[in-house]
Ligand binder design. Structure first.
Ligand SMILES: O=C(O)CCCOc1c(F)cc(-c2c(C(=O)NCc3ccc(C(=O)O)cc3)noc2-c2cc(Cl)c(O)cc2O)cc1F
Length: 377
C-alpha cells in the first residue's frame, strides 16, 4: 500500500507542476508552417511538455467536479485513463532524444489516442449514472455544462496534437499526399458540404424512405471557396446539421408527403469569415426549447444499442450539436442556430478565413475557472 501512496503523491506533485503552465495555443498557420519544415525532434521536444500541460490543466478541473459526479463509476474510469496517459507521457520528460526515443514516443501517442477513443461515451455514461442516482440541481447542471465544454475542447486539442505528430512522423500515410497531417491547405468547402449531405441523406432514406433535396449556392467568389482547415472537423459539423435538418423536415412534412422542401446551403467568402449557412423548412423549434439543444444533461439519452441503431439513425448520443459547436469554436469560429417556430431553422457555421487568425481556443485551469466550480457547487 505504501508504494501506491508514494506513487499517488508523486503524480499529485507532477500534476501541480504541469498545471501551473498555461497551454500554448497554435494557429492553423503554425501547424502548417511547422508541418512543412517537419522536424520530428522539435515536435517531440514541444509535445513532451505541451501534452502533459494540457492533460494536467483538465485533470485539475476533473478533481473540482461535484462530489456526486466524481463518485460515478464511469467518471472514475475517465479519471484513471487520464492519470495513466499523463504518467506515460511524463516518462519522456528527461530522456535524451534518440531515434529509439522518437519511435517509442510515437507508439505512446498512438496508445494514448486509442485509450481515449470512447471517452465521450464513457463520460455520457457517467452523466446518466448521476441522473439515475441523484437529483441534479440547476447549479450542478451548470457546472457540468461548463466542465464538459472545456473537457471536450481539451480532448479535441490533445487529439489534434497527437494526430499531427503521428501523421507527420508516425510512418502512417494520411491518404492525402497534399495534406499536412490532418490539415488540407486547399479544403474545398462545397465538396465537404456535398459529402456530408450524401451520407446524412443515406441514413435519412434508410429510415424515412425519402429525403429532402439539396440546393447549394455560393457568394463573392466565382472559383471554389477554399479554406486551410481540418476537413474531418468541418465534415463532423455539417453531417450533424444535415441530420438535424433532415429529421425536422421529414417529421414536419410527414413521411407520406409528395415532396419535401429542399435544404438550402449557402457558402459565403468574407474577408474575415467563411460562412456556411444551412436553411431548412422543418417547422422550426420554439425559442424556449433552443437552449436544450446544446445542453449535455438534456441530450444525454441512453446510448442507442448497436442492435437498434438502424431504427433511429438520425439520433446520436445527443452530444452531436454541442460537440459540433466546440469543433467550430476550436479554431475561433462558431456555430449559431436561428429557428423560427412554424417555419424552419437556419444554422450558420462561421470559420476563420485567414489561417493566422484560426488560433486554437484552449481551456486554461486557473483561479477564475476554479472559482466557477466552487461558487457553482
Ligand atoms: O443527437 C441527437 O440525437 C439529435 C438531437 C437533435 O434532435 C433534433 C433535431 F434533429 C431537429 C430539431 C428541430 C426541430 C424540431 O424538432 N421541431 C419540432 C418541435 C416542435 C416543438 C418542440 C417543443 O415545443 O418542445 C420541440 C420540437 N425544428 O428544427 C430543428 C432543427 C434543429 C437543429 Cl439543431 C438544426 O440544425 C436544424 C433543425 O431544423 C430538434 C431536435 F431536437
Amino acid at each position: 500500500m505504501k508504494f501506491t501512496r508514494v506513487c499517488f503523491s508523486n503524480i499529485g506533485k507532477m500534476l501541480d507542476f504541469y498545471s501551473q503552465f498555461n497551454p500554448s495555443p497554435l494557429s492553423i498557420k503554425q501547424f502548417i508552417d511547422f508541418g512543412l519544415s517537419a522536424c520530428e525532434r522539435k515536435s517531440f521536444i514541444f509535445l513532451r511538455k505541451e501534452l502533459p500541460v494540457r492533460l494536467a490543466n483538465i485533470m485539475k478541473e476533473i478533481h473540482l467536479l461535484p462530489e456526486n459526479l466524481l463518485r460515478m463509476p464511469s467518471v472514475g474510469i475517465v479519471n484513471n485513463m487520464y492519470v495513466t496517459s499523463f504518467q506515460e507521457i511524463i516518462e519522456f520528460e528527461k530522456v535524451e532524444v534518440s531515434d529509439n526515443t522518437l519511435d517509442k514516443f510515437c507508439q505512446a501517442l498512438v496508445k494514448i489516442r486509442n485509450r481515449h477513443t470512447d471517452i465521450v461515451q464513457t463520460m455520457a455514461q457517467g452523466i446518466l449514472e448521476l441522473k439515475d442516482s441523484h437529483d441534479v440541481d440547476a447549479q450542478t447542471e451548470n457546472s457540468i455544462q461548463y466542465f464538459l465544454d472545456r473537457f471536450y475542447m481539451s480532448r479535441i486539442s490533445i487529439r489534434m496534437l497527437i494526430n499531427q505528430h503521428t501523421l507527420l512522423f508516425g510512418g502512417v500515410l494520411n491518404g492525402h499526399n497534399r495534406h499536412i497531417g490532418c490539415i488540407d491547405p486547399h479544403c474545398d468547402v462545397i465538396s465537404v458540404v456535398k459529402d456530408a449531405y450524401e451520407n446524412a441523406r443515406f441514413l435519412c432514406d434508410q429510415y424515412y424512405m425519402a429525403s429532402p433535396d439539396l440546393v447549394v449556392k455560393q457568394f463573392n467568389i466565382n472559383s471554389g471557396i477554399k479554406i486551410i482547415y481540418v476537413p474531418s472537423h468541418l465534415y463532423h459539423m455539417l453531417f450533424e446539421l444535415f441530420k438535424n435538418s433532415m429529421r425536422a423536415v421529414m417529421e414536419h412534412c410527414g413521411v407520406d408527403a409528395d415532396n419535401y422542401p429542399p435544404l438550402e446551403v449557402t457558402v459565403i467568402q468574407g474577408k474575415e469569415d467563411i460562412c456556411v449557412k444551412m436553411s431548412d423548412r422543418g417547422g422550426g423549434i420554439p425559442r424556449s426549447q433552443m437552449d436544450y439543444l446544446f445542453k449535455y444533461m438534456y441530450s444525454t439519452a441512453p446510448q442507442p444499442s448497436k442492435s437498434d441503431a438502424h431504427t433511429v439513425p438520425l439520433a446520436g448520443y445527443g452530444y452531436g450539436l454541442p460537440l459540433s459547436r466546440l469543433y467550430a469554436r476550436y479554431f475561433h469560429g462558431d456555430l449559431v442556430l436561428l429557428s423560427c417556430e412554424g417555419f424552419g431553422t437556419d444554422a450558420v457555421v462561421y470559420l476563420k478565413a485567414l489561417s493566422n487568425e484560426a488560433n486554437e481556443l484552449l481551456p486554461i485551469f486557473n483561479k477564475t475557472s476554479s472559482k466557477f466550480y466552487r461558487t457553482s457547487l
